[in-house]
Design a protein around this ligand. Structure first.
Ligand code: BG6
Length: 483
């Protein structure tokens, strides 16, 4: 199966923070891969901008090194040489006047202009102001803003207000990289391009939904950032929320940026406040070989959670009575992200009870082993009566789609190309981010006001015992965390 690569328009992309980790790991390798795929015109320019004083050649060498490391290409790959020819560099003082005129001089008339803010949020305002003040941006320019977008409703609002002074909403691309993942976009395809699921997609037929994003990594190396966030700010307010929205939203009238985002916003606004008894927080413990959370965070008194599980209710006609269970954590048994939809049992069974589970279950595996698994009941073969057994209809996208199915483009590749194309469907709108914080804030405030410490859990486990009880209480159980 060959997918069509449609080249984007000629562009100038400025990456603020071009010497940083995100640029090295994701942005530059992602651009390189799109270039090799033929999606980026050879005339386009990618301009690194950061504090470090260096010239174009030094930045080209730095970028090449990062691409070799993170995109797995050889140093002397001819594509890499061609790609680095697109790169340039301007040293910039985000808080002063140095470099801005030189940057302006580099921007070409007629090309799409995009500015990627891959810097600490505290610099967003300075950069936006100077871009505007120096006449580098106009009403067609696009800006890309990385997470975290605020740390609560108040700061997110202030950020939105500040950006709105210089840019219209249509120019602002707030990244949530989960939306760029192929399998996350696939949630919309599965739901809205098949007639099969949608008629059953509601509280009448769905017993509950589990959304799991489990990681094996800890927070070592980024403890000081993470300790101020915790799982709720780092994963729930953004990535998990987006997954929840895509599973729960009404069909948009069209796959159009505002139509999709309007429907997501309605879900967020319909979220009920979460009862403290419906949340479990955890912290991973040292395991003899590796340090625990407190050591990784370099904060022995930390009450920040590296794990959270919660029961979420959506107050609308479609979902009244169907709980959504969310859990995410670091240092768990396996790296796996999946959404499991457990349907209700048939209202009446014509068969003798065999003890086999009878509820259909649809599991959408987001990563790794991307695919879908639908559990269905069939007759167990052989004579001796009608015995039933549950079997999986299992599809791996890699098998179904051939080599291209296995070669999922990184989220950033898709998202950066969407910025150049001017398509905001997979980016968060300002009101969406604010609504997500409005729901998350009271949870965080209650924790900050309370004295309760997160529950300890073993590194390499499935999370704290308390989280199991959250499910048992409702006569349900978490799916096993396994790769
Ligand atoms: C980031 C979080 O946004 O997403 C990290 O800050 C987390 O803590 C990461 O590890 C997970 O992303 P992915 O793409 O590896 O699932």
């Amino acid at each position: 199966m060959v997918s069509r690569v449609i080249p984007v328009e000629d562009f100038d992309l400025v990456i603020f923070g071009a010497t940083g980790d995100l640029a090295h790991r994701k942005i530059l390798p992602g651009l390189f891969r799109r270039f090799v795929a033929g999606q980026i015109p050879e005339t386009s320019r990618i301009i690194g901008a950061a504090r470090t004083e260096q010239d174009d050649d030094a930045f080209r060498a730095e970028a090449a090194k990062a691409i070799v490391e993170f995109a797995g290409v050889k140093k002397n790959d001819p594509d890499l040489v061609r790609f680095t020819g697109l790169l340039g560099y301007t040293a910039i003082d985000a808080k002063g006047e140095g470099g801005w005129k030189a940057l302006k001089a580099r921007m070409r008339k007629g090309a799409v202009h995009a500015f990627y803010f891959s810097v600490a949020p505290s610099l967003f305002g300075d950069i936006a102001e100077r871009l505007h003040g120096h006449g580098i941006t106009d009403k067609h320019s696009r800006i890309v803003v990385e997470k975290p977008f605020g740390r609560d409703l108040e700061t997110a609002r202030a950020l939105n207000t500040m950006l709105a002074q210089h840019f219209r909403e249509q120019q602002i691309y707030r990244i949530d990289h989960y939306l760029g993942k192929e399998t996350v976009q696939n949630l919309m395809a599965v739901r809205f391009a098949n007639i099969l699921f949608e008629p059953l997609w509601n509280a009448q037929f769905i017993d509950h939904v589990q959304i799991t994003v489990a990681e094996t990594v800890g927070v070592s190396g980024r403890g000081s950032y993470y300790d101020k966030s915790g799982a709720i700010r780092d994963m729930v307010q953004n990535h998990m929320m987006q997954l929840l929205c895509l599973i729960a939203m009404e069909p948009p009238y069209h796959f159009d940026p505002n139509a999709v985002r309007d429907e997501k916003l309605k879900v967020i606004r319909a979220l009920e406040p979460v009862e403290p008894s419906d949340i479990v927080r955890g912290q991973y413990q040292p395991d003899g070989k590796e340090p625990g959370y407190l050591e990784d965070a370099e904060n022995p008194d930390s009450r920040t959670e590296s794990y959270v599980a919660m029961k979420v209710r959506i107050s609308n006609w479609r979902w009244q009575g169907t709980p959504f269970y969310l859990r995410t954590g670091k240092k768990l048994r396996a790296r796996t992200s999946e959404i499991a939809i457990t349907f209700k049992e048939p209202p009446h069974s014509i068969f003798d009870d065999t003890g086999a589970p009878r509820a259909n279950e649809l599991v959408i595996r987001l990563q790794p082993n991307e695919g879908m698994n639908l559990k269905v009941m069939i007759k167990e073969p052989g004579p001796g009566g009608m015995r039933l057994v549950q079997v999986p209809l299992d599809m791996s996208f890699a098998d179904a789609l051939g080599p291209e199915g296995a070669d999922m483009p990184d989220a950033y590749e898709r998202l950066i190309m969407d910025v150049i194309r001017g398509n905001q469907t997979l980016f968060m709108r300002g009101d969406e981010v604010e609504a997500a914080w409005a729901w998350t804030d009271p949870i965080i405030r209650a924790w900050e006001d309370g004295k309760q410490r997160p529950e300890p859990y073993d590194a390499g486990s499935s999370g704290p015992e308390e989280a199991l009880r959250l499910m048992h209480r409702d006569n349900r159980r978490w799916r096993e965390i396994r790769a």
